[in-house]
Design a protein around this ligand. Sequence first.
Ligand code: ZN
Length: 297
Amino acid sequence: MIAWRGTTNRIGLSKNTNMINFDTNIRARSVGPTILMYHALGSRRDAVTTELGVFERTIEALVEHGNRCVDLSEWVAAGRPCIERRFAITFDDGYRSIALAANVLSRYRLGATVFLATDFMGRESNRSDRPPWMRDEPILDWSETRDLAAAGFRFQPHSKTHPNLTQCKNEQIFEELIESKSAIEDRLGGSCDLFAYPFGASNAFVRRAVSERFIAAFGVRQALAGPGDDRFDLPRVDAYYINTDRAIDRLARGAIEPTLAFRRPPRAVKAHAKAWIESIRRRSNELLRSAGLNAHS
Ligand SMILES: [Zn+2]
């Protein structure tokens, strides 16, 4: 374990990269890195897509304001030190369009973590229960992930089939964790040590199952990481809300917290509403099935 002291501010860089090297002590503060969560990239913003130009301006602004990128596995392994002016980039679901980020990441020599739902690799969507308003969005195949891994992307599991794990039976939870982890390790080599919950949903049982196989896991709570966080439910900032020059500027200046605080209550309500709708849908399907009717989700 690396000892983190609050008295030194030497910052080391990994070889040939702009990522922070955690083999060096840096000044401990009360705030952790801003962990950004993206999904797809493209020319037009929608529920899962961030405009490529907005993504580029966000990364440029972060770097120009002196923010440094951290490798999440190294940050967790180092004991999750509190460090200001640090950020991490994550992409959920492995959409093929995230390859568009490669240019800007290589320009600044940054890395990103991609969470994959492994059963959907090479397919047109990552959701068997895709709602009608969500358009198909192609998912990376394994050969594309190997190309991106060479360009600085790291791949970690986000389950096999992208279910809400809090509504799965115990055996399915284990299967989703174990098989998604081994699929990535078998195809890309290395060891997966981080997990992101589909829909950000977890409960005590799910978190315990994850803690037996990973060093940390991520939800979607809108907040900056801090010392009081549950290591198996770390918050992230949904980049959906970083879509104006003003929001980008606040993020880059380390002043995004009021924006996040404003977003937290509605998202919490939304999460409860979503879980409630999902439970109604599941019960309706069970009733239809028990009545011998064909139920579609
Ligand atoms: Zn997802």
